[in-house]
Design a protein around this ligand. Structure first.
Ligand code: NZQ
Ligand code: ZN
Length: 393
């Protein structure tokens, strides 16, 4: 069993009345001048933005606002945020939105506290030693950024999407009101669920078979989320199941499902090139890649794929044919993706055939100009990455 450290310091305030706590929480974590950071129109339309700003005013907390974060958040807006925070003397960032807004907030929070270009952090050329505190009001369960140590930013100059992880960036608090997710369109709901399941699957498919407790937790979460997603796609205002999904999204990426095992983020890294190049929804990109990745690597630990097929996908175990059982598990996952409106190929994802040049370019970027590998269950080099993109095309 792998030694591990579990660190999940974020204060979670969950439920219908959770937003009322916002001013108290900002003050608790030292905020006296806040940047309210948000995305496109959803938080304005629902009245959430107005409500939060009203509560900050009532609580005597000064703030400035910066909206306009788009999915696959851009470096240029984060740089505007850094300037604004410096000019206004901001000492706390409040993100209202999903992974994109929270990640943009984390990037701004790094940038304010360092000299030089914040992109160097994502390039691995600078290590932040401090950042502004970040809190969030979550509106879409998906990325898990509300409790995670990661942020993922897209530099429009070259369409490069890079992630950076540092425990400093785990948000101080996360306010989660499942009712706020009723307005999520089916596609975003399904892509979010795909993403959160993948955060646990990227930890589940490991060579470390001896951490049963973590594996059992992971399987229970995956089964539970599968049930919940159909319930909310049938009835978007189903509070009970919106709540399971919202809490699931946080627990599936806060480190809990990785305790004692070696994780493998290959599908995520392969996907980041897809969303960097084609600006697609991250969760949908994961669904387009995972079945091909799984078929490519499954022989590295076939019994794990059999276990997944039987315990998560309800495939009958054919003891005489483990490979067949494992493959039927992958096929069942593909049927699940289709049933919730997700693609299982790049063609379905982007609506056209991906070209050979585009595949080579994604493999080049993913391997950092042929210098880096990804994955752990099977370590993938640039030629493996290219092969998986071809299988997924
Ligand atoms: O911009 P608005 O109008 O708010 O619309 C958003 C956006 O278009 C909409 N939305 C959000 N809440 C809504 C809503 N629409 C209606 N009602 C609501 N309540 O949903 C769209 C997607 O939002 P976004 O924040 O992009 O979604 P998500 O949480 O999936 O974040 C995706 C980003 O997170 C990164 C991804 O790569 C991607 O850039 N990730 C971050 C991780 C992390 N920090 O730990 C890990 C993940 O693996 C992931 O890579
Ligand atoms: Zn993800």
């Amino acid at each position: 069993m792998k030694d591990f450290k579990y660190y999940a310091p974020t204060e979670v305030v969950f439920g219908e009345q959770s937003e009322e706590q916002v001013a108290r929480l900002v003050k608790k974590y030292g905020g006296t001048k806040v940047l309210v950071h948000y995305g496109g129109k959803s938080a304005e339309r629902s009245g959430l933005l107005g409500k939060i700003c009203g509560l900050l005013t009532e609580g005597g907390i000064a703030f400035v606002s910066l909206g306009g974060v788009v999915p696959n958040p851009r470096l240029s807006l984060a740089k505007q945020g850094i300037e604004l925070c410096r000019r206004e003397g901001v000492n706390f960032i409040l993100a209202i939105g999903g992974g994109s807004v929270i990640d943009s907030a984390k990037c701004i929070a790094y940038g304010v506290c360092m000299e030089g270009d914040v992109w160097d952090v994502y390039l691995g050329n600078a290590t932040p030693t401090a950042m502004l505190p970040v809190g969030c009001v979550l509106t879409i369960p998906a990325a898990g950024s509300e409790m995670s140590e990661s942020s993922v930013i897209t530099n429009e100059d070259g369409d490069v999407k890079l992630g950076y992880s540092n425990n400093l960036s785990r948000p101080k608090f996360a306010i989660m009101n499942p009712r706020r997710t009723f307005t999520l369109p089916p596609y975003q709901t399904a892509a979010g669920v795909t993403d959160m399941m993948m955060h646990t699957m990227e930890r589940y498919f490991t060579k470390d078979d001896d951490m049963d407790f973590t594996t059992d937790i992971a399987e229970a979460m995956l089964r539970s989320i599968k049930t919940a997603v159909f319930a909310v796609l049938r009835n978007p205002e189903n509070y009970r199941y919106r709540a399971q999904i919202m809490w699931g999204g946080s627990l599936m990426h806060n480190g809990l499902t990785g305790c004692g095992i070696t994780d493998d983020w290959a599908t995520h890294q392969l996907e980041h090139e897809l969303s960097g190049m084609f600006d697609v929804t991250h969760g949908a990109g994961l669904a387009a890649i995972w079945p091909s990745w799984a078929r490519y690597v499954m022989h590295e630990n076939l019994s794990r794929f059999v276990r997944f097929a039987v315990n998560v996908m309800d495939v009958p175990n054919d003891f005489t044919d483990p490979e067949g059982t494992a493959l039927r598990g992958i096929e069942a996952m593909e049927r699940f993706y289709h049933a919730i409106g997700m693609p299982t190929s790049i063609r379905e994802l982007i609506g056209r055939d991906v070209t050979d040049d585009e595949i080579r370019e994604m493999a080049r970027k993913c391997s950092r100009d042929y210098t880096a590998t990804c994955g752990a269950l099977r370590v993938l080099h640039a030629d493996d990455m290219e092969a998986i993109y071809r299988m997924a095309r």
